[in-house]
Design a binder for this molecule. Structure first.
Ligand code: BTN
Length: 266
Protein backbone atom coordinates (compact mmCIF):
# COMPACT_ATOMS: atom_id res chain seq x y z
CA UNK A 1 0.00 0.00 0.00
CA UNK A 2 1.43 3.46 -0.81
CA UNK A 3 2.03 5.92 2.08
CA UNK A 4 -1.10 7.97 2.77
CA UNK A 5 0.23 11.18 1.22
CA UNK A 6 0.88 9.40 -2.10
CA UNK A 7 -2.61 8.02 -2.55
CA UNK A 8 -4.92 9.23 -5.25
CA UNK A 9 -7.84 11.11 -3.73
CA UNK A 10 -11.33 11.52 -5.14
CA UNK A 11 -11.66 14.93 -3.43
CA UNK A 12 -8.50 16.25 -5.13
CA UNK A 13 -9.58 14.88 -8.51
CA UNK A 14 -12.94 16.65 -8.12
CA UNK A 15 -11.29 19.92 -7.15
CA UNK A 16 -8.77 19.79 -9.98
CA UNK A 17 -11.22 18.72 -12.70
CA UNK A 18 -14.11 21.00 -11.74
CA UNK A 19 -17.25 20.30 -13.73
CA UNK A 20 -16.70 17.07 -15.62
CA UNK A 21 -18.52 13.85 -16.46
CA UNK A 22 -15.74 12.08 -14.56
CA UNK A 23 -16.33 13.67 -11.15
CA UNK A 24 -19.89 12.62 -10.32
CA UNK A 25 -19.11 8.98 -9.59
CA UNK A 26 -15.56 8.29 -8.48
CA UNK A 27 -14.92 4.85 -7.05
CA UNK A 28 -11.51 4.70 -5.38
CA UNK A 29 -9.87 1.66 -3.80
CA UNK A 30 -6.40 1.43 -2.34
CA UNK A 31 -6.12 -2.18 -3.47
CA UNK A 32 -8.41 -3.99 -5.86
CA UNK A 33 -7.96 -6.96 -8.23
CA UNK A 34 -8.65 -4.94 -11.40
CA UNK A 35 -10.33 -1.58 -12.06
CA UNK A 36 -11.70 -2.94 -15.37
CA UNK A 37 -13.27 -5.93 -13.64
CA UNK A 38 -14.93 -3.69 -11.05
CA UNK A 39 -16.02 -1.13 -13.66
CA UNK A 40 -17.63 -3.95 -15.67
CA UNK A 41 -19.50 -5.19 -12.59
CA UNK A 42 -20.64 -1.67 -11.73
CA UNK A 43 -21.75 -1.06 -15.32
CA UNK A 44 -23.77 -4.30 -15.26
CA UNK A 45 -25.55 -2.90 -12.19
CA UNK A 46 -26.33 0.40 -13.88
CA UNK A 47 -23.28 2.60 -13.11
CA UNK A 48 -23.70 5.98 -14.76
CA UNK A 49 -21.86 7.34 -17.77
CA UNK A 50 -18.52 8.79 -16.64
CA UNK A 51 -18.08 6.53 -13.61
CA UNK A 52 -14.37 6.55 -12.82
CA UNK A 53 -12.85 3.54 -11.07
CA UNK A 54 -9.30 3.91 -9.84
CA UNK A 55 -6.90 2.12 -7.58
CA UNK A 56 -3.47 2.67 -6.12
CA UNK A 57 -2.77 -1.01 -6.56
CA UNK A 58 -4.22 -3.82 -8.66
CA UNK A 59 -3.53 -7.39 -7.64
CA UNK A 60 -4.82 -8.88 -10.91
CA UNK A 61 -4.37 -6.10 -13.45
CA UNK A 62 -5.41 -7.37 -16.85
CA UNK A 63 -3.97 -6.64 -20.27
CA UNK A 64 -5.28 -7.59 -23.69
CA UNK A 65 -5.26 -11.25 -24.75
CA UNK A 66 -5.33 -12.44 -21.12
CA UNK A 67 -1.93 -10.97 -20.34
CA UNK A 68 -1.16 -9.61 -16.89
CA UNK A 69 -0.63 -5.90 -16.26
CA UNK A 70 1.87 -5.23 -13.50
CA UNK A 71 2.02 -2.06 -11.44
CA UNK A 72 3.17 -1.91 -7.80
CA UNK A 73 1.26 0.15 -5.22
CA UNK A 74 1.35 3.91 -5.66
CA UNK A 75 3.72 4.00 -8.61
CA UNK A 76 1.64 4.34 -11.76
CA UNK A 77 -1.86 5.11 -13.02
CA UNK A 78 -4.45 2.33 -13.28
CA UNK A 79 -8.00 3.43 -13.90
CA UNK A 80 -11.14 2.58 -15.86
CA UNK A 81 -14.05 4.65 -17.04
CA UNK A 82 -17.60 3.63 -17.89
CA UNK A 83 -19.14 5.17 -21.02
CA UNK A 84 -22.63 4.70 -22.39
CA UNK A 85 -22.60 6.00 -25.95
CA UNK A 86 -25.47 5.02 -28.25
CA UNK A 87 -23.40 3.27 -30.91
CA UNK A 88 -22.90 -0.08 -32.58
CA UNK A 89 -19.94 -2.30 -31.69
CA UNK A 90 -18.22 -1.43 -34.99
CA UNK A 91 -18.18 2.22 -33.90
CA UNK A 92 -16.43 1.75 -30.55
CA UNK A 93 -12.76 1.93 -31.58
CA UNK A 94 -12.81 5.71 -31.76
CA UNK A 95 -13.42 5.83 -27.98
CA UNK A 96 -10.18 3.93 -27.39
CA UNK A 97 -8.37 6.14 -29.89
CA UNK A 98 -9.44 9.22 -27.96
CA UNK A 99 -8.02 7.81 -24.72
CA UNK A 100 -4.69 6.93 -26.35
CA UNK A 101 -4.49 10.49 -27.70
CA UNK A 102 -5.44 12.00 -24.34
CA UNK A 103 -2.75 9.97 -22.57
CA UNK A 104 -0.10 10.86 -25.16
CA UNK A 105 -1.04 14.57 -24.99
CA UNK A 106 -1.00 14.55 -21.17
CA UNK A 107 2.46 12.93 -21.05
CA UNK A 108 3.70 15.50 -23.58
CA UNK A 109 2.22 18.42 -21.66
CA UNK A 110 3.54 17.38 -18.26
CA UNK A 111 6.91 15.83 -19.20
CA UNK A 112 7.87 16.87 -22.74
CA UNK A 113 8.03 13.22 -23.88
CA UNK A 114 5.90 12.42 -26.93
CA UNK A 115 4.54 8.85 -26.80
CA UNK A 116 3.62 7.37 -30.17
CA UNK A 117 0.68 5.03 -30.62
CA UNK A 118 1.20 1.43 -31.61
CA UNK A 119 -1.94 -0.12 -33.03
CA UNK A 120 -4.28 -1.04 -31.57
CA UNK A 121 -3.81 1.19 -28.54
CA UNK A 122 -0.43 1.07 -26.82
CA UNK A 123 1.77 4.07 -26.14
CA UNK A 124 5.46 3.72 -26.91
CA UNK A 125 8.45 5.94 -26.19
CA UNK A 126 11.83 5.13 -27.75
CA UNK A 127 10.51 1.74 -28.89
CA UNK A 128 9.36 0.72 -25.40
CA UNK A 129 5.82 0.39 -24.08
CA UNK A 130 4.71 3.05 -21.61
CA UNK A 131 0.95 2.49 -21.55
CA UNK A 132 -1.80 0.15 -22.66
CA UNK A 133 -5.56 0.31 -22.91
CA UNK A 134 -7.98 -2.53 -22.29
CA UNK A 135 -11.38 -1.88 -23.89
CA UNK A 136 -14.35 -4.07 -23.00
CA UNK A 137 -18.02 -3.61 -23.74
CA UNK A 138 -21.40 -5.14 -23.18
CA UNK A 139 -23.93 -5.34 -25.97
CA UNK A 140 -27.71 -5.70 -26.10
CA UNK A 141 -29.55 -6.19 -29.40
CA UNK A 142 -26.52 -5.05 -31.43
CA UNK A 143 -26.41 -1.74 -29.49
CA UNK A 144 -23.58 -1.07 -27.08
CA UNK A 145 -24.80 -0.89 -23.48
CA UNK A 146 -21.53 0.18 -21.91
CA UNK A 147 -17.92 0.64 -22.90
CA UNK A 148 -15.22 0.16 -20.28
CA UNK A 149 -11.90 1.80 -21.05
CA UNK A 150 -9.02 0.86 -18.75
CA UNK A 151 -5.71 2.67 -18.93
CA UNK A 152 -2.46 1.54 -17.39
CA UNK A 153 0.25 4.21 -17.63
CA UNK A 154 3.74 3.55 -16.33
CA UNK A 155 4.78 6.72 -14.55
CA UNK A 156 7.31 5.95 -11.84
CA UNK A 157 7.86 2.22 -12.39
CA UNK A 158 8.07 -0.14 -15.34
CA UNK A 159 8.46 -3.92 -15.47
CA UNK A 160 11.79 -5.42 -16.43
CA UNK A 161 11.74 -7.24 -19.73
CA UNK A 162 11.50 -10.63 -18.06
CA UNK A 163 8.52 -9.39 -16.00
CA UNK A 164 6.67 -7.72 -18.86
CA UNK A 165 7.37 -10.91 -20.80
CA UNK A 166 6.19 -9.78 -24.20
CA UNK A 167 7.79 -6.43 -24.92
CA UNK A 168 10.37 -3.96 -23.60
CA UNK A 169 8.66 -1.54 -21.22
CA UNK A 170 9.41 1.94 -19.95
CA UNK A 171 7.98 4.66 -17.71
CA UNK A 172 8.04 8.45 -17.51
CA UNK A 173 10.66 8.13 -14.77
CA UNK A 174 12.83 5.76 -16.83
CA UNK A 175 12.82 8.21 -19.75
CA UNK A 176 13.24 11.52 -17.89
CA UNK A 177 15.01 10.51 -14.66
CA UNK A 178 12.36 12.52 -12.79
CA UNK A 179 9.42 11.30 -10.73
CA UNK A 180 6.17 12.61 -12.15
CA UNK A 181 2.85 13.39 -10.45
CA UNK A 182 0.21 10.72 -10.98
CA UNK A 183 -2.52 13.17 -10.03
CA UNK A 184 -1.39 15.76 -12.56
CA UNK A 185 -1.30 13.18 -15.34
CA UNK A 186 -4.69 11.76 -14.37
CA UNK A 187 -6.31 15.20 -14.38
CA UNK A 188 -4.78 16.13 -17.74
CA UNK A 189 -5.85 12.83 -19.32
CA UNK A 190 -9.44 13.13 -18.13
CA UNK A 191 -9.72 16.80 -19.14
CA UNK A 192 -8.41 16.10 -22.60
CA UNK A 193 -10.44 12.90 -23.02
CA UNK A 194 -13.69 14.59 -22.10
CA UNK A 195 -13.20 17.13 -24.92
CA UNK A 196 -12.67 14.37 -27.49
CA UNK A 197 -15.50 12.27 -26.10
CA UNK A 198 -17.92 15.15 -26.58
CA UNK A 199 -16.64 15.59 -30.16
CA UNK A 200 -17.24 11.90 -30.89
CA UNK A 201 -20.76 12.07 -29.49
CA UNK A 202 -21.38 15.05 -31.78
CA UNK A 203 -20.16 12.99 -34.76
CA UNK A 204 -16.91 14.97 -35.15
CA UNK A 205 -14.48 12.07 -35.47
CA UNK A 206 -12.29 13.11 -38.43
CA UNK A 207 -9.86 15.12 -36.30
CA UNK A 208 -9.38 12.19 -33.93
CA UNK A 209 -8.52 9.80 -36.79
CA UNK A 210 -6.15 12.39 -38.25
CA UNK A 211 -4.31 13.00 -34.96
CA UNK A 212 -4.19 9.27 -34.22
CA UNK A 213 -2.71 8.43 -37.63
CA UNK A 214 -0.16 11.26 -37.22
CA UNK A 215 1.02 9.65 -33.98
CA UNK A 216 1.01 6.12 -35.37
CA UNK A 217 4.33 4.43 -34.68
CA UNK A 218 3.88 1.89 -37.46
CA UNK A 219 2.41 3.90 -40.33
CA UNK A 220 4.49 3.37 -43.48
CA UNK A 221 6.62 0.73 -41.76
CA UNK A 222 7.21 -2.87 -42.77
CA UNK A 223 5.44 -4.94 -40.14
CA UNK A 224 4.62 -8.48 -39.17
CA UNK A 225 1.25 -9.03 -37.54
CA UNK A 226 0.75 -12.15 -35.49
CA UNK A 227 -2.91 -13.21 -35.68
CA UNK A 228 -2.44 -16.35 -33.60
CA UNK A 229 -3.36 -18.74 -36.41
CA UNK A 230 -1.23 -16.96 -39.05
CA UNK A 231 1.10 -14.02 -39.61
CA UNK A 232 0.63 -11.23 -42.10
CA UNK A 233 3.56 -9.26 -43.52
CA UNK A 234 3.40 -5.98 -45.34
CA UNK A 235 3.40 -2.19 -45.07
CA UNK A 236 1.16 -0.70 -42.38
CA UNK A 237 -0.98 2.19 -43.58
CA UNK A 238 -3.78 4.08 -41.82
CA UNK A 239 -6.44 2.37 -39.78
CA UNK A 240 -9.94 2.29 -41.21
CA UNK A 241 -13.13 3.74 -39.69
CA UNK A 242 -13.69 0.59 -37.61
CA UNK A 243 -10.16 0.63 -36.21
CA UNK A 244 -8.85 -2.18 -38.43
CA UNK A 245 -5.20 -1.96 -39.42
CA UNK A 246 -4.83 -1.80 -43.19
CA UNK A 247 -1.79 -3.71 -44.49
CA UNK A 248 -0.55 -3.65 -48.06
CA UNK A 249 1.19 -6.93 -48.79
CA UNK A 250 4.17 -7.32 -51.12
CA UNK A 251 1.90 -8.65 -53.91
CA UNK A 252 -0.20 -5.47 -53.63
CA UNK A 253 -3.15 -7.12 -51.96
CA UNK A 254 -4.77 -5.28 -49.07
CA UNK A 255 -5.57 -7.01 -45.78
CA UNK A 256 -7.60 -5.45 -42.98
CA UNK A 257 -6.79 -6.73 -39.51
CA UNK A 258 -9.08 -6.38 -36.51
CA UNK A 259 -6.94 -8.05 -33.85
CA UNK A 260 -3.29 -8.96 -33.69
CA UNK A 261 0.15 -8.22 -32.27
CA UNK A 262 2.30 -6.03 -34.50
CA UNK A 263 6.05 -6.05 -34.66
CA UNK A 264 8.11 -3.75 -36.81
CA UNK A 265 10.53 -5.43 -39.23
CA UNK A 266 13.98 -3.88 -39.46
C1 BTN B 1 -2.57 -3.92 -22.55
O1 BTN B 1 -1.61 -3.23 -22.91
O2 BTN B 1 -2.60 -5.12 -22.81
C2 BTN B 1 -3.69 -3.26 -21.80
C3 BTN B 1 -3.30 -2.92 -20.39
C4 BTN B 1 -4.43 -2.28 -19.61
C5 BTN B 1 -4.12 -2.15 -18.15
C6 BTN B 1 -5.17 -1.34 -17.44
S1 BTN B 1 -4.70 -0.88 -15.81
C7 BTN B 1 -6.31 -0.33 -15.49
C8 BTN B 1 -7.27 -1.30 -16.12
N1 BTN B 1 -7.54 -2.41 -15.24
C9 BTN B 1 -7.06 -3.56 -15.71
O3 BTN B 1 -7.15 -4.67 -15.13
N2 BTN B 1 -6.47 -3.36 -16.89
C10 BTN B 1 -6.54 -1.98 -17.31
Amino acid sequence: MPPKKNRLRASVIKKRLGTSIFTDNIVYHEVIPSTNTLAKELAAHGAAEGTLVLADEQTRGRGRSDKVWLSPAGTNLSFSIVLRPHVRVSQTFVFTMGLALAASDAVKKTTGLRPLIKWPNDLYVEGKKMAGILTEFSVRKKEVESVILGLGLNINWSPREDESMHYPATSVFAETGKKASRMELLVEILKSYEKDYRKVLAGRIDGIYKRWNELSMIKGKEVTVDLGHKTVRGTATDIDEEGALVIIKSDGRVEKIQNGEVSIRF
